[in-house]
Design a protein around this ligand. Sequence first.
Ligand SMILES: Cc1ncc(COP(=O)(O)O)c(C=O)c1O
Length: 304
Amino acid sequence: MAIPEVSKIWMNGELVDWQDAQIHVLTHALHYGTGVFEGIRAYDTSKGTHVFRLKDHMRRLHRSGRLYFMDIPYSVDQLVDATKEVIRANGLESCYIRPIAFRGYGEMGLYPLEAPIDVVIAVWPWGTYLGDEGIKRGIRAKISSFQRIGPNMLPLAGKATGQYINSVLAKVEAVKGGYEEALLLDHNGKLSEGTGENLFVVNKGTVYTPPLACDVLEGLTRDSITAICRDEGIPVEEKIMVRSELYNADEVFLTGTAAEVVPVREVDDRPLGEPGPITRKVQEIFYSIIKAENDKYSHYLDWV
Ligand SMILES: Cc1ncc(COP(=O)(O)O)c(C=O)c1O
């Protein structure tokens, strides 16, 4: 997806012109994947612009950094303020937000701890990742032939740039095969997650999602959806699942900051039907929250 250019990018404490936000080709992270990042969204509402769970995302960025011995040189609060600053500087009412901290220029080789840490926050207008039609009607998904990386290969609690080539391979395979998204199995062959989304399966009125031990990222949308289900009295549980539970599911949906809440209407060419009532209910509440029309969850919104 092409990135629509805006005016400014926040880079190491300063707002720089979009075209000037450059790095050297010998940047450590470019060679070895030594970066950690976040994906966040700001939404335009009748009450102004808010960022959804901004502080939680920046906390996760710090946690991701710690997993890779990266001491991010800006506090969570400084990153929160910087995000608002760059949104305002670009005059954006809604946008996608990409903070990234990475090992910069000056060292090569696989011992990165002497390399500097650069921090960037970029923002740009970005529609829903799997399309508005996907959100309405559901997407077609395929179980990937690539397995999710395991917990003793990389620490999966973090969002490190290097680990995403696993997702890239799965995504390309799915799209080339005519599907919109790939679902990956974990290191034990159990259901894990999408390439950039958490997975939910609905069966007989209960909502199930794979536990963190199935190599999933602890998604903030996953956490929000779990809270919504609990508050609505919809039973929600973590469960280790196999692929046939997808084929026989009453409903399946994916959640993530980029994708939001997306029904899955077909898995491995087995139709699941139109988005079901629990998916619709969860979507309705989620969208009321991000439109700032649901006071119960106003603590998720950080106003710009
Ligand atoms: C692999 C993976 N799983 C799940 C998610 C969903 O996480 P969140 O809801 O925090 O965006 C993401 C997105 O960051 C992801 O990259």
